[in-house]
Design a protein around this ligand. Structure first.
Ligand SMILES: Nc1ncnc2c1ncn2[C@@H]1O[C@H](COP(=O)(O)OP(=O)(O)OP(=O)(O)O)[C@@H](O)[C@H]1O
Ligand SMILES: [Mg+2]
Length: 350
């Protein structure tokens, strides 16, 4: 069970959610918001993290601020990220010093700069982990989705997260080509907020926008059927600030999502267009693998198929693929060494 004689911990530090896989348990043991509640007057005064942080917001005597230490897929605050990792690992393992004798494996955004990669390793080292490793997110996503990436064939994986979108061509355990967009599901929520403000004169919050996207949103016109019943939307009137409500439909949300979806489709077409010729045949035959929470957007798979002419395979657990892949790497010396050799992972020395 031990890897390099250590306890393997796979941790997916997403812009929105953090998940932990323990090699000793052989499963995902925790999934909580990537958020830290701090004292607004003293940002080093941490009150709580994860689900608790979200639940406590606005319910404390102190003036507090909810901080997301991971932004658009990369570490935005090293100290807070380290604290969050430690606190969640403590909860996941039930141990006071969870990183002692541990190998910590996180995901690294494909296309991250040297500085961003450095910040991730600094945060991991600050947790006190004995050894650390980072696996490229799309590689972890493919492994977690059960795709065999060791074959000498091309595989296209698109990971659609909350803060970042990564499209990668993989072959023989390595990344052959990569496209990365520093936007994801959160930008879709922003687009929804802007659209309702502009077109309907109503101001809604990001949480309401996300809820609309999940519950009635679609991005494929063929998907808006007769069952597109209106729902009541509550917000503030843009002109007066007074409470306001109106009826809206999936068709409205589809219009609101048109811009960001266009960008996504274009990035996908661009990635397909630039695939090395010898791998293009495999990919057109085998299809695109969609992963990440954003893959669950209704109509997206159909829309991508229509616009690229390439079949789309949906992972059966898109939000868990990355952490499952990291867990696999945190459970197997052989796999981790192979990935380190091809450049798909970075592993610190003993
Ligand atoms: N059913 C759904 N329909 C549309 N979008 C969804 C659905 N479920 C989740 N999402 C979106 O998926 C996104 C979160 O995905 P995920 O959990 O993969 O992100 P993350 O790993 O935290 O972020 P990142 O990988 O970008 O750092 C959110 O924007 C969320 O709104
Ligand atoms: Mg993610």
């Amino acid at each position: 069970m031990a890897i390099f004689g250590l306890n393997g911990i796979g941790m997916d530090l997403g812009s929105m959610q953090t998940s932990i896989y323990l090699a000793s348990e052989e499963e995902i043991v925790l999934r909580e918001p990537t958020q830290v509640l701090v004292n607004a007057e003293n940002m080093t005064d941490i009150l709580c993290v994860g689900s608790e942080a979200r639940a406590m917001t606005g319910r404390t005597a102190k003036d507090t601020e909810l901080v997301s230490p991971i932004q658009n897929g990369v570490v935005a605050d090293i100290d807070l990220t380290a604290l969050l990792m430690l606190a969640l690992a403590e909860k996941a393992t039930g141990r006071k010093k969870p990183m002692e004798k541990s190998l910590l494996v996180t995901g690294l955004m494909g296309g991250a700069t040297r500085v961003e990669r450095g910040a991730l390793f600094q945060a991991m080292n600050a947790t006190g982990a004995k050894r650390t490793a980072a696996v490229l997110n799309p590689v972890a996503a493919a492994l977690g989705a059960g795709v065999d990436i060791s074959r000498p064939r091309g595989t296209l994986v698109a990971s659609l997260g909350g803060g970042a979108t990564e499209i990668a061509v993989l072959s023989m355990n390595s990344v052959v080509a990569l496209r990365m967009l520093r936007f994801g599901g959160q930008s879709m929520d922003e687009a929804i907020v802007r659209w309702y403000w502009r077109e309907k004169g109503i101001i809604i919050g990001m949480r309401t926008a996300e809820q609309l996207k999940r519950e009635i949103g679609t991005v494929d016109a063929d998907d808006v059927g007769a069952d597109d019943d209106p729902v009541l939307l509550k917000g503030k009137e843009a002109a007066t600030g007074r409470p306001m409500s109106l009826e809206t439909t999936g068709l409205d949300v589809m219009r609101a999502l048109e811009d960001p979806v266009r960008q996504l489709v274009d990035a996908m077409r661009n990635a397909l267009y630039n695939i090395p010729a010898e791998l293009a045949v495999d990919i057109h035959h085998e299809g695109i693998y969609l992963s990440g929470g954003g893959a669950q957007l209704r109509g997206l798979a159909g829309r991508l198929e229509k616009e690229t002419g390439v079949p789309v395979n949906m992972s059966s657990h898109p939000r868990e693929d990355v952490v499952l892949g990291l867990g696999m790497a945190a459970s197997s010396e052989k796999l981790l060494n192979t990935l380190a050799r091809t450049g798909a992972a970075e592993l610190t020395a003993e």
